[in-house]
Design a protein around this ligand. Structure first.
Ligand code: ZN
Length: 190
């Protein structure tokens, strides 16, 4: 083949992703700061990815996990706000949120930022619309902890972390820990 590649050939994002990621990525991995791309087709690779995310969420004792947290920049998250033997995790693909109620403070943690807990103010009532694993639209509404989890995970799809929502007080409290994490990330050469 001769000639040069069209200029957009190198910048166009790959449509493939790792459907079996092995670990949760940690702050400050750049994938966590990037808005994720919509899922175009809900196919077998998306179902495999969602299954793997549920495994990783459970083994980490989390209540939610978003695809960027496993290094996949796609608009998918899983949530299991009341984990237990009976609970059924829900998968949200290309979710959209609608807010209501008042802003309520609540302390949140994040599997990508271990040992850091931050008080975040968020709307108390949320309606969420998304696609399920068969590509069918569904809608849920909540005014309690699940609404909180959905908003935290949705933030991940926008490239927003709880560290972006910290008060000056939390910022000061976690300065050392976040600096350590940045140094570890650099030392690992990623
Ligand atoms: Zn998180």
């Amino acid at each position: 083949m001769s000639g040069s590649l069209p200029s957009d050939a190198v910048t166009e994002p790959s449509t493939e992703f790792d459907a079996s990621p092995s670990r949760i990525v940690l702050y400050p991995d750049p994938v966590l700061a990037r808005p994720a791309m919509p899922v175009e087709v809900v196919d077998e690779s998306v179902r495999t990815l969602a299954e793997r995310m549920i495994e990783l969420m459970r083994s980490s004792e989390g209540v939610g996990l978003a695809a960027p947290q496993v290094g996949v920049s796609r608009r998918i998250f899983v949530a299991d706000p009341a984990p237990g033997p009976e609970s059924v995790p829900v998968v949200f693909i290309n979710p959209e949120l609608e807010f209501g109620g008042s802003l309520e403070p609540f302390e949140e943690g994040c599997l990508s930022i271990p040992e850091v807990r931050v008080t975040v103010r968020r709307p108390s009532v949320v309606k969420i619309r998304a696609l399920d694993l068969e590509g069918r639209p569904f809608e849920l509404e909540d005014d309690d902890f699940p609404a909180r989890v959905w908003q935290h995970e949705f933030d991940h799809l926008e490239g927003v972390l709880i560290t972006d929502r910290m008060s000056p007080r939390d910022r000061l409290a976690h300065r050392k820990r976040l600096k350590e994490m940045r140094e570890d990330f650099e030392a690992a050469g990623r």
